[in-house]
Design a protein around this ligand. Structure first.
Ligand SMILES: C[S@@+](CC[C@H](N)C(=O)[O-])C[C@H]1O[C@@H](n2cnc3c(N)ncnc32)[C@H](O)[C@@H]1O
Length: 373
């Protein structure tokens, strides 16, 4: 199976890499960096530590095959009982689901931004991902070893192990632009950023006045090292900028930041496990008004779990805003296949909001529950 994704890595790290091995991988450094990664190291980056990487060099790696260790669900199978009822527990038989957990927001917010370099996108702060990867690799960081695994396999995705959250994918920017253009309303809503990676979609919702925002990523490390720091950076740095004329700026700022962070919850784990976790919590689960998701339909093996997550977690009048490339070469997923999958389940209305036909063709899609006719 041919597999191709943009992968950025520092030059010095490249030199530390394992040899190419069986020749299944080829390097093409002549290609331009992806739109997302080209934001790294932009002027305006704010350093929170003296540690700065050299200018990152972007490469595009090609991968011939990826071992398939992912939960395998049959994308073409008819909807299961749970799929049409929203019940739990259809994936119990699969031994390799990444168990879900909620991540607490550390009390010491300064620690969250330790060793991070903060970059600036229009209206949004985000941690420099090259620096995060370098730090994780160099410090033999405890927990998931996804940076070195992703590095040695030279891929942005390792099915069932690392699902790509250490990068800002192109369609995130499409959806962010759409929020502004279509004046998407977040105020008072309960929002889920599903497969959040950097969490920029959820952060935009937070800034737009959402009442509660949940961030979910497959990988625990992504939540701890990227999503949470991004949310903290956006809450704390924005308040620093706004509060210069307050009488007791420090105290006001602290309580405002705490208020913002209380609205946010962070989860890692596989989608069906995530559903189980939130639906079985102590408090009665209130469904989401809005589910935002970018570049999450690349793998048809995951469609069943993804569809079930929408089905179980979206409020009756809720809306899914989904951004995707038309086709993911090598992995096989894409808009056409996903649309077909959704139509066959007959649960959601699916509507194209926008087609972006420059570079790789991309789509913005809306899903809402079908109304009884
Ligand atoms: C390609 S990344 C996109 C990240 C981010 N949304 C963006 O646009 O930059 C796909 C994301 O979907 C999530 N994901 C993919 N498959 C998943 C699965 N089966 N269960 C849970 N999360 C999954 C991963 O956490 C990953 O961050």
């Amino acid at each position: 199976m041919t597999f191709q994704f943009n992968f950025s890595i520092e030059d010095h790290l490249e030199n530390e890499s394992a040899p190419l091995g069986n020749g299944a991988l080829t390097l093409d450094s002549s290609k331009a960096p992806s739109a997302s990664e080209s934001h790294e190291g932009e002027p305006g980056s704010r350093a929170f530590s003296a540690r700065q990487s050299g200018s990152p060099e972007e490469h595009l790696w090609e991968r011939e095959s990826v071992e398939n260790t992912a939960p395998s669900q049959d994308a073409d199978s008819p909807p299961s009982a749970a799929d049409s009822s929203g019940d739990l527990g259809t994936h119990d038989e699969c031994p390799c689901l990444r168990v879900a957990k909620e991540h607490a927001v550390p009390r010491d917010l300064k620690k969250v931004l330790e060793n991070k370099v903060i970059g600036l996108l229009p209206g949004l702060h985000h941690v420099n991902l090259s620096v995060v990867k370098t730090t994780l690799l160099k410090e033999n960081f405890p927990g998931e070893n996804i940076v070195s695994k992703s590095f040695s396999s030279r891929s942005d995705l390792i099915t069932g192990i690392y699902e790509g959250g250490l990068k800002i994918w192109e369609c995130t920017f499409d959806l962010l632009a759409y929020f502004t253009k279509a004046k998407v309303k977040f105020a008072g809503k309960k929002v889920l950023d599903l497969g959040c990676g950097s969490g920029l979609l959820g952060i935009a919702a937070l800034k737009g006045g959402a009442e509660e925002i949940h961030f979910q990523d497959y990988n625990s490390l992504v939540i701890d090292e990227v999503t949470l720091p991004n949310v903290v950076a956006n809450s704390t740095l924005e308040e620093e900028e706004n509060d210069v004329n307050e009488p007791d700026p420090k105290r006001c700022r602290k309580s405002k930041v705490a208020q913002e962070l209380r609205k946010c919850h962070f989860f890692s784990g596989e989608w069906s496990e995530f559903c189980k976790l939130v639906l079985s919590g102590e408090k009665l689960f209130v469904k989401y008004d809005l589910i935002l998701t970018s570049e999450t339909i690349y793998n048809p093996d995951y469609y069943s779990a993804l569809h079930q997550a929408f089905h179980r977690l979206l409020g009756e009048n809720g809306q899914v805003l989904l951004a995707s490339k038309a086709h993911y070469f090598g992995v096989g997923g894409g808009v056409h296949l996903f649309q077909k999958f959704v139509e066959e389940r007959d649960v959601f209305e699916i509507r194209t909001l926008k087609i972006i036909d420059e570079g790789l063709k991309r789509f913005l899609i809306e899903m809402t529950f079908k109304q009884p006719s």
